[in-house]
Write a protein that binds this ligand. Structure first.
Ligand code: HEM
Length: 395
């Protein structure tokens, strides 16, 4: 079968294509030495397999056909990656999870209310730009105890940085802009590290500075890289998870009514939104040793795209997978929306809490919320993430 991941048909509705791939070609050759894997059990197996590696720096070198390690933006990714070796990764996980869930929830609630207070009187707005994008940035700033827009427009800088993680290389001019953003962010966080060394607090920067495990510590460059990557990895995924879930709830009024009658279903509704319309639909790996699956041999050095969104619609695991069903019966296997195994999303808990608090706050503070033209909303024209261009709302 011929597959065009960039086509608008695929972006609008990838599920029939995924179903055909799972059925007829579960290990699909996308281009020479690049594979697409679509069945839940295969994706799960490969996410956990030690035969594959998430070699981000080498993927950037391959993408540009040259060594990118001296470019300021890719130096940040390399420093982040250096801190993701298994024992050092624990330091980041420990610092990120230092706050109790109830504290994180309160911090997200404060961020959501701060933002909503600015536009609640308007009666209408694009929820994507006034709420969904700024929310995760505001939350991470509050976790770091840095003033939003103190000297930098974090959202603008993060958007510039995020482009550098997409599979197509940037033009020379785009690379210059992105490098400039990277250097501004590094300078900003170097100064924050200096301040927190002098006057530690209970914020994430202070926690990363003192984090120690088995005698290991993170260097300042690694800490700065982690702080920047938290923004880059957390803002679009969370914003899209929120708007994709809202879209589903408005497309399915019976499910919205069910949620309003049974607010205790909130976390199930968010989990189902993430399963049904995964904001990070793919991840990728490099194969380190040859392997064989369903009679197909994949060689060392080949790349594989793992279609998390397809796995989440696999009828082998999820009953009636193309139905949005907020009280769906519990399954033995969880959705793969945050990945699984050694690279499981570092911000999964925060992302989930952010979407839950945002949905609850919107419905509570805007009881007459409606979305314009709900069945005609446009998707961003990319297969790399799944997100709406805008979410025009009235209340
Ligand atoms: C609902 C929102 C989110 C979704 C759906 C999501 C999804 C994902 C997925 C699918 C991966 C790739 C896992 C893999 O390659 O195996 C990932 C990795 C990651 N996520 Fe998230 N994420 C979300 C929110 C966040 C937030 C809020 C943060 C940070 C505060 C974050 C930080 C990261 C980082 C640093 C990684 C890289 C981990 C690694 O490769 O070892 N994510 N996320």
């Amino acid at each position: 079968m011929q597959l065009d991941l960039q086509s608008s048909e695929f972006i609008v509705n990838p599920y029939p294509t995924y179903a055909e791939l799972r059925e007829r070609s579960p290990i699909y050759l996308l281009e020479p030495r690049v594979w697409l894997i679509t069945r839940y059990h295969d994706v799960e197996y490969l996410l956990k397999s030690p035969l594959l590696n998430k070699e981000v720096p080498s993927i950037f070198d391959q993408c540009y056909g040259r060594d990118m390690s001296d470019e300021p933006v890719y130096r940040i990714y390399n420093n982040f990656w250096a801190s993701m070796g298994s024992s050092r990764r624990k330091l980041v996980v420990k610092a990120l999870n230092a706050r109790k869930t109830s504290e994180v929830r309160a911090l997200v609630q404060k961020s959501a209310d701060q933002l909503m207070d600015k536009w609640i009187g308007c009666g209408q707005a694009d929820l994507m730009s006034v709420f969904a994008y700024p929310l995760p940035v505001q939350v991470i700033c509050n976790m770091l105890n840095v003033e939003l827009q103190q000297t930098l427009d974090f959202l603008a800088e993060t958007k510039l940085m995020a482009r550098s993680a997409e599979p197509n290389p940037l033009t020379a001019a785009e690379l210059d802009d992105t490098n400039a953003a990277a250097l501004r962010l590094v300078a900003f966080f170097r100064e924050i590290c200096r301040q927190r060394r002098e006057q530690p607090g209970d914020d994430l920067v202070s926690q990363l500075l003192v984090a120690e495990e088995d005698g290991e510590r993170l260097s300042e460059d690694e800490i700065i890289a982690n702080l920047i990557i938290l923004f880059v990895a957390g803002y679009g995924t969370t914003a899209n998870a929120l708007c994709n879930t809202l879209r589903l709830l408005f497309l399915h009024p019976d499910q919205r009514e069910l949620l309003s009658a049974k607010p205790e279903l909130l976390s199930c509704a968010v989990e189902e939104g993430l399963r049904f319309s995964s904001s990070a639909p793919f991840t990728f790996r490099t194969v380190m040793e040859p392997l064989e699956m369903h009679g197909v041999r994949i060689e060392a050095g080949d790349s594989v795209y793992l279609a998390l969104d397809s796995a989440n619609h696999d009828p082998e695991v999820f009953e009636d997978p193309d139905r949005f069903w907020i009280d769906r019966p519990a399954t033995v296997k969880k959705s793969l929306s945050f990945g699984q195994g050694s690279h499981y999303c570092l911000g999964a808990k925060l992302g989930n809490i952010a979407v839950e608090v945002a949905v609850e706050t919107l419905f509570r503070r805007l009881p007459n919320l409606t979305i314009d033209n709900i069945d005609q909303l446009k998707w961003e024209p990319t297969w790399v993430f799944k997100g709406l261009e805008s979410l025009p709302a009235r209340w």
